[in-house]
Design a protein around this ligand. Structure first.
Ligand SMILES: O=C([S-])c1cc(C(=O)S)c[n+]([C@@H]2O[C@H](COP(=O)(O)O)[C@@H](O)[C@H]2O)c1
Ligand code: NI
Length: 400
């Protein structure tokens, strides 16, 4: 089980997070292949070692000669849907832009489907998002904990004109996320951009100070500006959860309810809604209740940060008027993402290790289905070949 803590106490933007991922050891090729997959024109991705205040950091430049700056949410969704991205990366990037569309729509009072993006609709911002999502997917962290986010102060000039800081879209995107202007002495500038805020809110599984963890890698991503006396950078600490003291063990919740009066055809939809609301897993157990009445227990395993959203699904999508909850400590094997090819088609494979040995391989189902359809082979056949390829040294290098 791996964990990432994002130190956003000096803010965050798309390119800062890119720099931090590369600085933490994510191969630049992982970022570049995702950026190339979304950009319909040549992209230049360049990293350089810089300092921001007292910190050594990596600056990541994404340069595209982009003609159409303004795109609609529909345009961006089509661009991402048609891009050759791994399924988990595409899904994350779509969630990031959906958040941006909902926030932009709320700020300006228009339906999100009709939102016209400004700066965030430019190809360099879209590439930032695809690259950051690819980098985090590569890390394959089970937990992403975000520190309180510094948003800055003052005002900023943008396509909308002069905006107060935090800009309206950032304030919306960070609703429900711990944030603050910045430590005393912070420069009066925008520290967290809408792209940075949307990425943090999408990637987070929890919010707070550094969790108990054993750090394995540190990445420091530099912002473009370098104000005097301030480290304009975001930090990533990548590692494994440490066994914390009992009182603050990182736990998740199981939320459940016994239900004996719901039309059984509604349970599949309820399970889908629980997963969409942030449940890590959701399942149904048949039970016999008092008077021998057949019923079901509906369960959801959920991080604390999404518990309220999951409770709402129980009350909105089922007939229950009450839920019970208990904490569970989770222990999972360390896992990593590999990429293999079957008949020339890339397939992401999640590998779990026990005592250093690979003990479980799970090829990404969407990739298997795509490859099987393209090759005219059975999914069983492609699945078997993907697993065999993942075990065949030295053809496959662990992605992380
Ligand atoms: O692009 C859009 S839709 C946009 C909306 C807003 C609002 O607050 S509304 C603000 N901005 C500003 O543009 C720059 C670039 O943002 P990135 O997220 O692309 O880095 C930044 O100053 C935003 O505050 C853009
Ligand atoms: Ni706006």
């Amino acid at each position: 089980m791996s964990i990432v803590w994002v130190d956003a106490s000096s803010g965050a933007s798309g390119d800062m997070l890119l720099g931090a991922l590369v600085d933490a050891g994510v191969p630049l090729s992982v970022i570049t292949s995702a950026v190339d997959a979304v950009a319909p024109e040549p992209v230049r991705l360049a990293t350089e070692s810089v300092t921001r205040g007292a910190l050594a950091a990596t600056r990541c430049h994404v340069e595209i000669a982009d003609s159409a700056h303004h795109r609609t949410w529909t345009d961006v969704r089509a661009l991402l849907a048609g891009a050759g991205l791994d399924a988990p990366v595409r899904e994350l990037a779509l969630q990031v832009f959906e958040r941006l569309a909902v926030a932009e729509g709320a700020v300006h009072g228009i339906p999100s489907a009709e939102v016209h993006f400004h700066e965030v609709g430019a190809l360099d911002a879209i590439a930032d998002v695809a690259g950051v999502c690819a980098g985090f997917a590569h890390l394959g962290a089970d937990e992403v904990v975000i520190s309180p986010v510094a948003v800055g102060s003052g005002s900023v000039r943008a396509a909308h004109g002069v905006l107060p800081v935090p800009p309206p879209a950032v304030a919306r995107l960070l609703t429900g996320v711990p944030s603050f202007a910045g430590a005393p002495g912070h420069p009066p500038m925008e520290l967290c951009t809408p792209t940075g805020a949307a990425l943090l809110a999408t990637l987070a599984t929890d919010y707070g100070p550094q969790p108990p963890m054993t750090t394995r890698a540190i990445g420091v991503g530099a912002g473009s500006r370098d104000p005097e006396g301030w480290s304009n950078a975001v930090r990533l600490l990548v590692g494994d959860p440490a066994m914390p003291a009992r009182e603050d063990a990182p736990t998740e919740l199981v939320i459940e309810a016994n239900i004996d009066d719901l039309d059984p055809r509604l349970f599949p939809g309820a399970i889908d809604a629980l997963l969409a609301a942030g449940a890590r897993d959701a399942w149904l157990t048949p039970i016999l209740m008092k008077k021998g009445r057949p019923a079901h227990t509906l369960h959801a395993l959920v991080p604390r940060s999404d518990a309220e959203a999951v409770r709402r699904v129980f009350f909105r999508e089922t007939s229950t008027i009450g839920v019970r909850e208990h904490e569970v400590a989770k222990h999972a094997l360390p896992r990593e993402m590999l990429t293999v090819t079957v008949g020339g088609h890339p397939i992401a494979v999640k590998a779990a290790r026990f005592d250093g040995e690979i003990v479980n391989l799970q090829p990404e189902w969407d990739d298997v289905a795509l490859a099987a359809a393209a090759l005219g082979r059975s999914a069983i056949d492609v699945l078997a070949e993907a697993k065999a390829a993942a075990l065949a040294p030295p053809l496959v290098e662990p992605d992380s």
